[in-house]
Ligand binder design. Structure first.
Ligand code: PPS
Length: 303
């Protein structure tokens, strides 16, 4: 029988088959029902562990599909153009069912491989999975926890660091999430991209995404996508930076979704001992995966 357990360091969460869900926002019956979510061949799913480049990729996808917003969709929020499958939200146009949208449908999800719709595991539809070096994920999530009303704020970084390692955070263990998706890559029509590659050469990554999505963008459209997806452009765009979300969810006086947007900020907070402890766990848990991350901004950059 499936077991549901409490999460010791955060009473807002419950653990279900390794994943941590928000009690208030994600009921187990609904999560189970997603198995039967009907997938269309031309659906596109963008999947991430939190803080890995979700809203950035949501913005890029919505820009690609609206060719740089030349189709009058500028005023529609990104979260409506690329809605979540696991959060039961009511959209502003009154549509409560993201499944009934016209094709091509774009979706976002933080779900692990275990919980996504069954048909996605049969190479139906396309999946873009975005990864980020986990030390920066830790740093970003640490700040985010403080502004999110539905997460228990850690008293200090040390506490949060351990909480993250134990997977006592929304979405559970980073290691399990990445491993789960990466080890099932042959079951899905999936493209893996990395946050750090987006930082270092967004043009190449967007082009790679377009090839995978079979979307041809002319040069002008590509340039508009790139311009509107920069950190500074998104930071001032309320539809992209999520700052128009209800204050009962996030306290934007404490923090922002668009915080620093860089590589290597973990160094400003993580101690050498924490970093080394993390490296040991990373090497042990990820040893069977052929994955490399960029941990510092100057890596891979020619001077
Ligand atoms: S969430 O809550 O899971 O949806 O968060 P997510 O969007 O995955 O991650 C937020 C981090 O992504 C950074 N971000 C960007 N970086 C560079 N360029 C652009 N355009 C961009 N958009 C979002 C954002 O700043 C968060 O990272 P940190 O390290 O906290 O700054």
């Amino acid at each position: 029988m499936d077991t549901i357990a409490s999460v010791s360091r955060d009473s807002n969460l419950y653990r279900y088959e390794g994943f941590c869900f928000f009690k208030e926002l994600m009921k187990p019956e609904f999560i189970n029902s997603l198995q039967d979510f009907e997938i269309r061949e031309d659906d596109v799913f963008m999947i991430t562990y939190p803080k890995s480049g979700t809203i950035w990729t949501q913005q890029i996808l919505s820009l690609i599909y609206s060719e740089g917003y030349r189709n009058g969709t500028e005023q529609i929020e990104t979260s409506e153009k690329v809605p979540w499958i696991e959060f039961q939200a009511v959209s502003k146009d009154g549509n409560t069912d993201p499944q009934s949208r016209p094709s091509p449908r774009l979706f976002a999800s933080h779900l692990s491989y275990r919980f996504v719709p069954r048909e996605l595991k049969n190479k139906k539809a396309k999946i873009i999975y975005v990864m980020r070096n986990p030390k920066d994920v830790i740093k970003s999530l640490y700040h985010f926890e403080a502004m999110a009303a539905y997460a228990e704020t850690s008293p200090n970084f040390d506490h949060f660091f351990q909480k993250f390692l134990d997977g006592d955070v929304f979405a559970g263990s980073w290691f399990d999430h990445v491993q789960g998706w990466h080890s099932h890559k042959d079951c899905c029509n999936i493209l893996f991209i990395k946050y750090e590659d987006m930082i270092m050469d967004l043009r190449s990554v967007v082009k790679q995404m377009c090839v995978f999505l079979e979307k041809e963008l002319d040069n002008d459209s590509l340039n508009i996508v790139l311009k509107r997806a920069t950190f500074n452009e998104m930071k001032k765009d309320l539809l992209a930076n999520k700052e128009n979300m209800p204050e009962d969810f996030f306290d934007f006086k404490i923090g922002k979704f668009m915080r620093k947007g860089t590589i290597g900020d973990w160094k400003n907070t993580m101690t050498v001992a924490q970093s080394e402890a993390f490296d040991r766990i990373f090497q042990e848990k990820m040893k069977y995966l052929d994955l490399n991350f960029t941990w510092n901004i100057n890596e891979n950059r020619s001077e």
